[in-house]
Design a binder for this molecule. Structure first.
Ligand SMILES: NC(=O)c1ccc[n+]([C@@H]2O[C@H](COP(=O)([O-])OP(=O)(O)OC[C@H]3O[C@@H](n4cnc5c(N)ncnc54)[C@H](OP(=O)(O)O)[C@@H]3O)[C@@H](O)[C@H]2O)c1
Ligand SMILES: *[C@@H]1O[C@H](CO)[C@@H](O)[C@H](O)[C@H]1NC(C)=O
Length: 228
């Protein structure tokens, strides 16, 4: 597998990030071609989210809606990555915008963030739908176990609507990595998956770049370039 001139892709779209997106969708998403499914992705302009949404579209969801933290990110999702719509959780009424963007409800939710964004999404999920529990970044600075507890109301919604929400850890599926990486590299080479990166120069800037990523300073994969 070669991605000409883009070594950094092996850390992202054709590396652990792409595997997380692809295997998360395949193992936990129950995406079915022809089933007219709507997918919502949180952390949608980040490394995993930006790939997961594109895979949702390629695997046959008729509608993919991203939630992220800025208007520039929303624009990139819709104009560059082919998302159907995007919601800025810092500015928009997420509940109202979800209703507008997902008129047939939500069938698959690729969750990177947790917290009240996720509670708002889950409240609009259809019967028999699926949460892909990829991550819960909004809770990582809190002293809570993983996965962090949901409100009673949200737990009831999951039960009442038979919504699955199983833990997903990419490292549990490494026996599927080789085939998945082939698929990802072909999609990237053919342009069916577009890759976004935010590059910072110098290993001395790694700490700053990490903190920036935790606060949404990145679009796509945060990369530190340490040499040519
Ligand atoms: N399950 C697995 O095996 C596995 C493997 C790898 C990663 N992950 C998980 O996948 C998720 C994404 O990781 P990544 O490496 O791809 O990072 P990333 O999405 O590229 O970067 C993190 C993004 O999270 C968003 N964010 C930060 N704080 C937030 C908050 N309080 N509420 C909402 N959004 C917030 C920021 O974007 P905004 O501008 O949109 O806020 C930021 O850009 C993480 O939860 C990570 O733990 C899971
Ligand atoms: C999906 O939508 C198409 C076009 O509206 C319709 O013909 C088809 O029956 C729908 N499929 C399902 C499984 O609902």
């Amino acid at each position: 597998v070669k991605i000409d001139g883009h070594l950094s892709y092996f850390l992202g779209a054709v590396g652990i990030t792409g595997l997380t997106a692809l295997l998360g969708v395949r193992e936990k998403g129950h995406v079915t071609k022809g089933a007219n499914q709507t997918m919502v992705v949180s952390g949608a302009a980040g490394a995993c989210g930006s790939i997961a949404g594109q895979i949702g579209r390629l695997d046959g969801c008729v509608r993919v809606v991203g939630i992220c933290g800025s208007d520039d990110k929303c624009r990139a999702l819709v104009e560059d990555l082919g998302f159907s719509a995007a919601i800025n959780y810092r500015q928009d009424d997420v509940c109202a915008r979800l209703k507008e963007c997902c008129p047939d409800g939500i069938d698959v939710y690729f969750d990177n963030v947790g917290g009240h964004i996720s509670e708002t999404v889950i409240a609009q999920m259809n019967k028999g739908s699926h949460v892909i529990l990829c991550g819960q970044i909004s809770q990582y600075n809190k002293d809570v176990p993983y996965p962090p507890p949901l409100s009673v109301e949200t737990q009831n919604a999951l039960q009442r609507n038979c919504i699955t929400r199983e833990r997903f850890l990419v490292l549990s599926y490494m026996h599927k990595a080789e085939a998945a990486l082939c698929e990802l590299s072909q999609w990237v080479k053919s342009g069916q998956i577009k890759v976004l990166e935010t590059v910072v120069n110098g290993i001395e800037n790694m700490g700053v770049a990490f903190c920036s990523m935790m606060k949404g300073g990145n679009v796509g994969k945060q990369i530190i370039k340490i040499s040519d």
